[in-house]
Ligand binder design. Structure first.
Ligand code: FAD
Length: 321
């Protein structure tokens, strides 16, 4: 791979580091080293770096906030491209364009500062705009897809804009989870709002997060997607005892509720623990390894399958496994 890296654009190649620990770049504070590591400070660097890796067929991975990621203890044997391109531009008619590498909370705060409303629900979600678009991040009945009108991407060597429909957004899903597109930026159509009301809403949301989530420990947020109730699993759902009526109403069973029913809340493997505060969070008590987290994930999946015949699907992404 070194020979390929040497064929990189000379300016970029100078900035490539080797054997860089990925632990500090994830909110889990877990993960081995990247063989090669490059920080893209702007979209020009990002696109050039990805173009070269694609042309030279170098294994690579886009890392942004590292808040939805479990990286193996062995790290990644390729090039990590850390996206820190972070421009946010306000346009006419309540539109805003944000680089994929911009922090989601910067986008939320800046739109509110500009008197715009529509993204407050995202307050407190760590990570980047690009990571949030890819996973259609959501909370408090809002999701990334709500106000988005376009996503600029690079597919192969071509750069173009996809409409919202072309992004195929779904619950914690989008076309980008099923292809190799590089997300460069997103554009939103927001509404004129009341800055003070928006700030109040954000404050309430942050308070709720503090009360319900174990924010005092490193984690990757919710490990599993909630279960969507549909015709294929309705008979299994009918068998669930004490299922709160609101879950049926919203057609979703929180993974946290299912995990609680298995009695696994608080379960530990090494320094990895299923949070006592929120059963869909696995927290790192200090020196947890990716292997320990993975063992806990498998344990939860097996128990939920055995007890309820339901399949929990990971929301967290794996790298290097
Ligand atoms: C405390 C806490 C609370 C959380 N709360 C929520 C919540 O309420 N709702 C929610 O949905 N999520 C939540 N999350 C999960 C996480 O913050 C979101 O999924 C976030 O959007 C991930 O963005 P990121 O930049 O950290 O992505 P990363 O973890 O860096 O990457 C995630 C995936 O996206 C890919 N990716 C990143 N950028 C690009 C790009 N430009 N082009 C193509 N692919 C890209 C990566 O390759 C990787 O596969 C929470 C996490 C934590 C730690």
């Amino acid at each position: 791979m070194l020979q390929l890296i040497k064929q990189f654009d000379a300016q970029l190649a100078k900035k490539i580091q080797t054997d860089v620990s990925l632990t500090p770049y994830t909110t889990f504070k877990i993960g081995g080293p990247a063989k090669y590591f490059f920080i893209a400070q702007n979209n020009e660097d990002l696109v050039r770096a990805v173009s070269y890796t694609r042309k030279l067929k170098i294994p690579h991975y886009i890392l942004a906030g590292g808040s939805n990621l479990l990286i193996s203890d062995n790290g990644y044997d390729g090039l990590i491209i850390l996206n820190q391109a972070n421009e946010i531009i306000f346009k006419d008619n309540n539109r805003v364009v944000a680089d994929a590498g911009a922090k989601l909370f910067d986008l939320v705060n800046q739109t509110v500062e500009h008197g715009l409303t529509g993204l407050e629900w995202a307050a407190g979600i760590p990570g980047s705009v690009g990571g949030a678009i890819r996973g259609n991040a959501g909370a408090y009945r809002g999701e990334m897809a709500d106000n988005i009108i376009g996503v600029e991407i690079m597919r192969g060597s071509k750069q173009f804009i996809l409409s919202k429909e072309q992004c195929e957004f779904d619950y914690r899903d989008s076309i980008f989870k099923h292809n190799n597109d590089l997300i460069i930026s997103g554009e939103w159509q927001l509404e004129s709002g009341d800055k003070l009301k928006s700030q109040e809403k954000i404050k309430e949301i942050l308070e709720k997060r503090k009360n319900n989530q174990p924010l005092e420990y490193p984690s990757a947020g919710c490990i599993f997607k909630n279960i969507e109730i549909n015709s294929a699993n309705l008979d299994k759902i009918d068998n669930l005892k004490n299922l709160p009526a609101e879950y049926l109403q919203y057609k979703k069973i929180p993974a946290a509720w299912l995990i609680e029913q298995t009695g696994l809340k608080g379960e530990k493997i090494g320094d990895a623990q299923i949070s006592e505060k929120h059963a869909n969070f696995i927290i790192n008590l200090g020196q947890a390894t990716a292997e320990q987290v993975k063992e806990l994930i498998d344990l939860v999946k097996n128990q939920v399958k055995q007890k309820f015949d339901l399949h929990l699907e990971e929301e967290v992404q794996y790298l290097g496994f």
